[in-house]
Every structure is written in structure tokens, then in C-alpha cells.
Write a protein that binds this ligand. Structure first.
Ligand code: UDP
Ligand code: MG
Length: 335
């Protein structure tokens, strides 16, 4: 299942180092069906990892039994920590809450549904000990995902790498390891619209990647309907680039040039042939072309203005209801 992967060019400058505590951050939203399986798989991986480890669960407002299962698990094992958010804040905010509370020298982000195989953790730790700060896990195959999801993911990564975020590792989800330095750099980014994989790439440090085949969900259903996927893709584009604003400028220029050429043609025709029909069709075509261009431009402005509005509110990214097995808080939700 796990393949050895090619690594990024930054590999050479790595320096070996120690690892005392490993934090595994897992966001949970209605995952009662998978948690027992996760407990078994994580349990055996944790005994093999050559250091202490803690699991930081973030219960993102689950309405099923997930909360109770996590608390039972935490009661048996003090290294299992639970942060309960006051409601559902979404995957990216939940991961942020987990990273804020993680105490380890290295922090791993993974999903609860076992689509990110815990068995890869050993290899990630190996890379960390060689001196890498960020280890991305990239998906070489996706099992059990719909054609629409796979196609939209390919298109998304293609657009991102071509136009927006050239360094973004292809097909890497949020499954990755970060050193405490990289994690604290990430903690300092408090923007509201979060596309964490872009942000992790942005912080820099020594980065590398491993490959794995993505299994289907162990149980339950995806918590990412198309609406949320589109929202995440829009954040990925608009939070990292002002290129779309430029598109509207180009579009405006193209429409303008077209309008000038067409006007020239109309004037020439008027003087040479003097055979102009009332011009209703022409007006309609020009109107709709220009109207379209203006609306597109306005829409793009709107995307940014909406984001500016959200950012200046400086709302906390999440609100913690209750924590279990966590004594000192490392960060908080606003700063
Ligand atoms: N998740 C979350 N809050 C949400 C949606 C999802 O914490 O609002 C968690 C979910 O429990 C899982 C992870 O984020 O651990 C990834 O979600 P999912 O597997 O549904 O996404 P997919 O793999 O289908 O993209
Ligand atoms: Mg999943």
C-alpha cells in the first residue's frame, strides 16, 4: 500500500535530529463509526514509533456519539487529548485548533476516517529525523472516490500549479508532518479564510514528500459535499493570488478592443455602402458582451471585498467549549 516516493529538490540540506514527543492532530466530525477502527490502527502504530506520542482530537461539533467515544478513550489514556469546539467550525478551523494545542516536537495532521493510513507515520517520522521540517503525503491513487471528485481534484491541482501556487505539492491533502518550528510558523498565520496546505507550503523550511495510495473511507460518509469543496477551492485561489483580478482586466481589454474594431467596421460600412440595418442585433451583442465583462469583474472584486470584510472582523477562528487531558494551553484561537 505504501510506496517510496520521489522527494523534492530541497532534500539535500537536511540535518538529522531528535524527537521526544510526537503530536497527532485529528479533526473529528461525526465519525463514531470509524473511531473504534482508528483506535486499533493508531494503537499499533504508536507502539512502533520510537518516541512518546500524544493524540490531539478536535471534536468539531459532532452530533453523534463521537464526543462520548473520545472522552472514554481519553479517560483510559492520558496522552489522548480532546478539544471540544462549541459548534462545527469546519475542517480547516478544527485542524488549526489541534495544531494550536499540540505540544510535540513534530506535529502530524491526519483525518479520522483512515483514508490517511496511520502506518505512514513511521516513515514520516524517519524523514523528520533526517532533518526535514515538513513531510507531505501525496496521493498516487484514490480508491473509492467518485469520478467527479477525482476529476475535480485533478483540475484543481492543475490550475493551482499553473497559475496560483507553483510550489503546492500535487495531490497532497492535509496529511503531513510538521516540525515544531514549522508548526509555530503556521500558528502565527491567523487569517480567516484558510487553505492550510497552501499556508504550510508558504511557510517554507525544508520540505519533502512521501507517496501513498488513498484507501476508501473506513466507514461513514464524506463530510465534504460539493458545496464545501467549491468553498475550499475558492479560498485556495482567492486567498493566495490576485491573478483573478487580473483576468477581469484582460477580459475588459479584450472586450474594449473588440468594441473598437467593430465600431471601425460599422463606420466604414456606413461611409462605403451606406446599407446599415437598424442595428438591433449589433446593440444586443455588444450590450451582452460588455455587460458580461462588467459582471465578471464585479464578481471578482466581490470575492476579495468579502474576504477583506471577513479578515477585518478578526473573529476567533474557533471557540473551545471544553478540553480534556490538556493542562497548559499553547495558543489561543485569536492570537
Ligand atoms: N471534518 C471536520 N469538520 C468538518 C468536516 C470534516 O472536522 O466540518 C473532519 C472529518 O471528521 C475527517 C476529516 O475532517 O476526519 C476529513 O473529512 P472527510 O473525510 O469527510 O473529507 P474527504 O476525505 O471526503 O475529503
Ligand atoms: Mg475522508
Amino acid at each position: 500500500m505504501i510506496l517510496k516516493g520521489p522527494v523534492m529538490s530541497k532534500d539535500k540540506i537536511a540535518r538529522p535530529r531528535d524527537l521526544k514527543l510526537l503530536s497527532i492532530v485529528i479533526p473529528v466530525f461525526n465519525e463514531a463509526q470509524v473511531l473504534p477502527k482508528l483506535q486499533v490502527r493508531l494503537g499499533s502504530v504508536r507502539t512502533e514509533v520510537p518516541c512518546e506520542s500524544e493524540i490531539v482530537f478536535v471534536n468539531d461539533g459532532s452530533s453523534d456519539d463521537s464526543g462520548a467515544i473520545l472522552l472514554r478513550w481519553a479517560a483510559q489514556d492520558r496522552s489522548v487529548k480532546v478539544i471540544e469546539l462549541s459548534r462545527n467550525f469546519g475542517h480547516q478551523a478544527a485542524i488549526t485548533a489541534g495544531v494550536d494545542h499540540a505540544q510535540g516536537d513534530a506535529v502530524i495532521l491526519m483525518d479520522a476516517d483512515l483514508q490517511d493510513p496511520p502506518e505512514l507515520i513511521g516513515e514520516m517520522v524517519g524523514k523528520y529525523r533526517q532533518g526535514f521540517d515538513i513531510v507531505h503525503a501525496t496521493r498516487v491513487k484514490r480508491h473509492g472516490e467518485t469520478l467527479l471528485k477525482r476529476a475535480s481534484a485533478s483540475l484543481f491541482y492543475w490550475i493551482m500549479s499553473k497559475f496560483i501556487h507553483r510550489d503546492l505539492p500535487q495531490n497532497a491533502g492535509d496529511f503531513r508532518l510538521m516540525s515544531s518550528e514549522a508548526a509555530s510558523a503556521l500558528r502565527s498565520l491567523r487569517e480567516t479564510h484558510r487553505f492550510l496546505r497552501g499556508m504550510v507550503t508558504w511557510v517554507g523550511f525544508r520540505q519533502t514528500s512521501l507517496q501513498f495510495e488513498r484507501e476508501p473511507r473506513a466507514a461513514g460518509e464524506t463530510k465534504f459535499p460539493a458545496r464545501k469543496m467549491v468553498g475550499l477551492a475558492l479560498d485556495a485561489v482567492f486567498s493566495f493570488s490576485s491573478a483573478p483580478l487580473r483576468v477581469s482586466t484582460y477580459l475588459g481589454c479584450a472586450v474594449l478592443v473588440f468594441g473598437m474594431v467593430y465600431s471601425g467596421y460599422t463606420v466604414a460600412r456606413y461611409f462605403i455602402y451606406n446599407d446599415l440595418v437598424p442595428g438591433w442585433a449589433t446593440l444586443v451583442i455588444l450590450q451582452s458582451a460588455i455587460g458580461g465583462a462588467i459582471l465578471i469583474s464585479l464578481g471578482m472584486m466581490g470575492e476579495y471585498i468579502g474576504r477583506i470584510y471577513d479578515e477585518i472582523k478578526r473573529r476567533p477562528l474557533y471557540i473551545v467549549g471544553r478540553t480534556t487531558n490538556i493542562s497548559s494551553k499553547r495558543g489561543n484561537s485569536t492570537e
